[in-house]
Design a protein around this ligand. Structure first.
Ligand code: NAD
Length: 474
């Protein structure tokens, strides 16, 4: 279904995010017929380009996507470019003139620039009459580096825009499986009655990457895995797993419930945190960031609890790291053993596991116990009830939008359900800050782990001490 005609201005339109994620996503939605022909996408950045050279830049970046014989011209036709430096007055009147008189078209501004520019950008938009009530602004992570800086960003944006106009992207929320998690939880009778500490032994959330810090070393070394991944992505997954059923699938209903989860999170004890740094001769983390004494973690595992009726006593184990053995994002809901085995000790222990896989191969698997086929007596075996979305849905929808496609279209439609609200982000930092302050005060040094491993051994111990173990990353 096509969205309404819109003007989308991408500040930072020549940057990695715009070229690598936003424009390819727009192109795919264009190809799917969702973007109307009179939409306008205006790249704005400091580079000295014009419409044609910008289109050439974008065409080059999209070439692999388009493939031989593919048609890009239609999409390039909706692209324009404006040279604008947020710190300078030039270019703004021209942009304002271009956007003037577009009637009731949706107007959105994507702040694909460093967060340090958000305040100035919002001010400029206001000064040039571009911050009207219908305007939407889109911002990306990192939304601050602690509670104080997140508050400043929220305040700077709130000076010119209402909360209902601000779309804070966490692209994990745009993933098909994440939404399916809500469908599975709240669309079935089967799971929700068991979704509590009485039946769930613990929950594991793993986001493993095979890549290192790449070209983001300078930023990353000032952030680390806790700020870069846990405060936002893992926190959002935890919220969706743990929240109470919202009354409706609607922005504030959902975000109210997520906020309650964050506020109920316990502080994390020092011995429930394992920090790591990947290490290899000549190819380790410290070499990658050019800081031989760096104490920033490229891996973190931690255990936390949610102090409410539903989850009291159920640990949540979170881990994420770079340069690990496989790329895998998965939530495992580990159910308790059956209270009594009628099959005797030799049948072994079996427990249900609901695995929600975000990548690769998005899908949901329920591990159930059945009788081992054959004449061998009553032997039990675990088998997966597998719902791979690629297979299950392939026939109906070849063109399933990825996270960025979905979220950008949600901005145009004015649907904030899958975006973070300002108070959520602040609450997440309020939980994160003392954890980081704690290890800084202790002078904690991350444990080395080998490139291509599953992380530091201490993360295994974190589980073993509780008589549990991580599900495999691969
Ligand atoms: P980048 O350095 O590649 O691009 C920055 C862009 O901002 C360029 O187009 C540049 O011309 C423009 N710019 C810089 N200063 C400007 C100014 N004063 N006025 C106008 N334009 C200016 O950065 P990026 O990787 O595209 O990231 C942009 C933002 O998105 C950052 O906050 C980053 O942390 C965040 N982010 C990026 C990614 C990613 O995949 N690259 C993912 C998530 C979040």
């Amino acid at each position: 279904i096509p969205v309404d005609p819109f003007d989308l201005v991408i500040f930072g339109g020549t940057g990695d995010l715009a070229i690598g994620k936003i424009l390819p996503a727009l192109f795919r939605r264009w190809r799917a017929g969702q973007i109307p022909e009179d939409a306008r996408v205006i790249g704005a950045a400091r580079a000295d380009l014009d419409d044609d050279s910008y289109r050439a830049l974008v065409a080059g970046a999209l070439a692999p996507e388009v493939g031989a014989g593919g048609d890009l011209d239609g999409f390039l036709g909706i692209l324009e470019y404006r040279r604008i430096d947020v710190g300078e007055a030039a270019g703004w009147p021209d942009l304002a003139a271009r956007l003037a008189g577009s009637g009731d078209r949706v107007q959105a501004f994507y702040f694909s620039v460093a967060p340090g520019l958000y305040g100035a950008l919002a001010e400029r938009l206001q000064a040039h009459g571009l911050a009207g009530a219908g305007t939407r602004v889109v911002v990306e992570k990192p939304f601050g580096s602690d509670l104080a800086s997140a508050r400043t960003l929220n305040r700077d944006l709130a000076a010119h825009f209402d909360e209902g106009q601000i779309y804070r992207i966490d692209h994990y929320l745009g993933k098909e499986t994440v939404q399916n998690l809500m469908a599975v939880r709240f669309g079935n009778m089967l799971f929700e009655p068991l979704w509590n500490s009485q039946y769930v032994d613990h929950i594991q959330i793993t986001v493993a990457e095979t890549v290192g810090v790449g070209g983001r070393g300078a930023y990353y070394d000032g952030a680390g895995a806790m700020r870069d991944m846990v405060q936002n992505h893992l926190m959002q997954l935890l919220c969706l797993i743990a929240m109470e059923p919202p009354a409706r699938f609607a922005p504030d209903e959902l975000r109210d419930e997520k906020l309650k989860v964050i506020r109920a999170l316990d502080p994390v004890l020092p011995h429930h945190i394992v920090r790591g740094q990947y290490e290899q001769e000549g190819d380790g983390y410290r070499a990658a960031v050019g800081n031989p004494r760096s104490r920033t973690e490229s891996y973190i595992a931690l255990k936390t609890h949610i102090s409410n009726w539903r989850w009291a006593g159920t640990p949540f184990y979170l881990r994420t790291g770079k340069r690990l053995v496989a790329r895998s994002s998965v939530i495992n809901v580990m159910f308790k053993d059956a209270p009594h085995s009628i099959f005797g000790a030799e049948a072994g222990r079996h427990a249900n596991v609901l695995s929600i896989r975000l990548q690769p191969n998005e899908g949901i698997t329920l591990k159930v116990t059945i009788k081992e086929p054959g004449p061998g007596g009553m032997r039990l075996v675990d088998v997966p009830l597998d719902m791979s979305f690629a297979e299950a849905l392939a026939a109906e929808d070849h063109d399933r939008p990825d996270a960025y496609e979905r979220l950008i279209m949600d901005v145009i439609r004015g649907n904030q359900t899958l975006f973070m609200r300002g108070d959520e982000v602040e609450a997440a930092w309020a939980w994160t800050d003392p954890i980081i302050a704690g290890w800084e005060a202790r002078g904690d040094v991350p444990k080395p782990y080998d490139n291509g491993s599953t992380g530091p051994g201490d993360a295994e111990l974190l589980m073993q001490r509780d008589g549990r173990r991580w599900q495999g990353i691969k």
